[in-house]
Design a protein around this ligand. Structure first.
Ligand code: ADP
Length: 429
C-alpha cells in the first residue's frame, strides 16, 4: 500500500494518539521518531506520523523541522498532510501553530486550510470558535496556568489570528450540522472572503466525521487527533484504502519486562498490583550513591539472578513524599537521573533477550525509546484507551507498550503482556 496520509506531530505522545486513532479507523499507521532517514521503511503503512518535539521550540526551528518532515512525506507520495497539535491548542502568540501551518501551506502551494483541535471523547469541544475543556472555557481550565504554553484566551480565531499575518475565520456548528456539502461550501465561501485558516466548530464525533468528509480535498488539515477520525473513510471511498486492516499485535517472542518511572496515581496502583505477581526491583533514586549508571548496573545484576522466563518489574514510582525526598537529596536533576537509569536498564534488558517491554511514564518512555535507538513504531491494537501495543521498525523488532503515567486500569501490566501471550498461544500449531 502506498502512503496516503502524512502527518507531522508537534510532540511524541500526540503522535501516538493520532496514529492510534487512524489505526482504530482501519488505516495502518507507523510512527516515526523524528524526521526519518532515507532508509526508514514504513512497511506498507498507509499513514506515517512523524513525531517531532516542536511545540515549544523557537518558531524558526519548529518551521524548519516541520518542512523537513513534509519533504520526506511528500517524497513518499503522501496525498494529504495533517499537522497534529494538542487538543488544547497549546501554543504562544509567537507560535508555533500559525507559523508552522503557514510554512506547510506555502510549501504545499495552497491558500486555504482548516484548524480543529476538538476531541469530544476527551472533553475538548469547540463552539463559536471557543474551545471548551471538560465543559469550561479553555481560558478557565487548568491550561491557563500551563508553565510553557498558558492558554488565557478561549477564542481560537483570535488565538490563531495572533500567530499569522493572514486571515483567520470560522465555520460554525450550524454549518457543520448541515453536513459535508454545507461545510465544503463554507470552506469555499471563507476562502473567497480572504480567510486562509478556518477554525471549525465540533462538539461530537459525528461533527468530526462531517468535517473529515468535507476536508477530503484539502492539502493540509491542522488539528487534534479527533478531526482525523473521518479521514480514512475518504481514502476508502476513493478506493485507495482497500483492506479494512485490523491492527496487528506484535509477533515478538521472548520474555518480558515492565519499567515504571511514572509517579502518577494510576501507575502506582499498577506497580502495587504487579508486585504481587512478579519479581520486582525498586530503582530508588535515594540509593543512587554510585550515580545513575551504577544504579542501573545493580538493577541488571538483580535481573540476571531472576528466572529467565518470568516477567520482571523495575520501578522507581513513589508517592509525592518519596519524590520530595529524592528531590531534596538529588536536586531538580532527580528525574533526569532516574530517566537515565531506566534507559540503561532498558538497553540491558534487550541485550539479555527481553524483547517485550511495557514502559510507564511519558518522559520515561522518551528516555527508553532514545536509549534503545528506536526510529519507528508500527501501531497495533489498544490495550487500554489511548495506549496501543507497538512494534519497532528495526530488525529484530521489539514489542513496546508506552503508557502515559495516568492511563490504564490497575491490572494494565498483566493485561498488556497477557495479550501477547494469548496471541502466541493462538498462533501455535
Ligand atoms: P508521567 O507520564 O506520569 O508524567 P513521566 O515519566 O513523564 O511520568 O515523569 C515522571 C518523572 O518523575 C520522570 O522524570 C522520572 O524520572 C521521575 N521520577 C521517577 N521516579 C522518581 C522518584 N522516585 N523520585 C523522583 N523523581 C522520579
Amino acid at each position: 500500500m502506498s502512503l496516503l496520509l502524512g502527518a507531522i506531530a508537534d510532540d511524541f505522545t500526540g503522535a501516538t494518539d493520532l496514529a492510534n486513532t487512524l489505526v482504530g479507523q482501519g488505516m495502518p499507521a507507523v510512527q516515526a521518531i523524528g524526521v526519518p532517514g532515507p532508509d526508514f521503511d514504513p512497511g506498507g503503512a498507509a499513514a506515517v506520523v512523524v513525531a517531532l518535539k516542536t511545540r515549544t521550540a523557537p518558531a524558526a526551528d519548529a518551521v524548519a523541522q516541520s518542512l523537513e518532515a513534509l519533504a520526506w512525506l511528500r517524497a513518499r507520495g503522501a496525498a494529504q498532510i495533517f499537522f497534529k497539535v494538542c487538543s488544547t491548542f497549546d501554543s504562544t502568540d509567537a507560535g508555533n501553530i500559525g507559523p508552522v501551518a503557514d510554512a506547510l501551506m506555502d510549501a504545499l502551494g495552497t491558500d486555504f486550510a482548516i484548524a480543529c483541535p476538538a476531541y469530544p471523547t476527551n472533553g475538548r469541544t469547540l463552539y463559536q470558535g471557543h474551545l471548551f475543556v471538560g465543559g469550561r472555557l479553555l481560558s478557565e481550565s487548568g491550561m491557563k496556568d500551563h508553565p510553557l504554553t498558558p492558554m488565557t484566551d478561549a477564542d481560537l480565531v483570535r488565538v490563531l489570528g495572533r500567530q499569522t499575518p493572514h486571515g483567520v475565520g470560522l465555520v460554525d456548528l450550524a454549518t457543520v450540522a448541515a453536513g459535508p456539502d454545507a461545510v465544503r461550501d463554507a470552506f469555499a465561501g471563507r476562502r473567497r472572503e480572504g480567510v486562509r485558516h478556518a477554525i471549525v466548530d465540533a462538539v461530537g464525533d459525528a461533527d468530526l466525521m462531517t468535517i473529515g468528509a468535507a476536508a477530503r480535498d484539502l492539502a493540509l488539515i491542522t488539528g487534534g487527533s479527533g478531526v482525523a477520525l473521518g479521514l480514512p473513510e475518504n481514502f476508502r471511498r476513493a478506493g485507495l484504502l482497500t483492506e479494512q486492516a485490523a491492527a496487528e499485535l506484535p509477533r515478538v517472542p521472548g520474555p518480558a519486562a515492565v519499567l515504571a518511572g511514572s509517579c502518577s496515581e494510576a501507575t502506582r496502583a499498577q506497580v502495587e498490583s504487579a508486585r504481587d505477581h512478579w519479581p520486582a526491583y525498586n530503582l530508588d533514586p535515594l540509593a543512587f550513591d554510585a550515580g545513575a549508571a551504577g544504579a542501573a548496573e545493580r538493577a541488571l545484576e538483580w535481573i540476571d539472578a531472576q528466572p529467565a522466563g518470568t516477567p520482571v518489574l523495575v520501578y522507581s514510582s513513589t508517592d509525592p513524599d518519596g519524590v520530595a525526598r529524592a528531590q531534596a537529596q538529588l536536586g531538580r536533576d532527580a528525574g533526569a537521573a532516574v530517566e537515565d537509569a531506566m534507559g540503561t536498564v532498558a538497553k540491558g534488558l534487550v541485550e539479555r533477550g527481553r524483547r517485550r517491554l511495557v514502559v510507564a511514564g511519558g518522559e520515561t518512555s522518551g528516555a527508553v525509546v532514545q536509549a534503545l535507538g528506536v526510529t519507528g513504531l508500527r501501531i497495533g491494537p489498544e490495550i487500554d484507551p489511548g495506549v496501543p501495543w507497538t512494534e519497532t521498525t528495526q530488525d529484530p523488532a521489539l514489542a513496546l507498550a508506552l503508557k502515559s503515567g495516568n492511563f490504564g486500569t490497575p491490572d494494565f501490566f498483566a493485561k498488556a503482556l497477557g495479550m501477547l501471550d494469548a496471541e502466541a498461544a493462538g498462533g501455535a500449531p
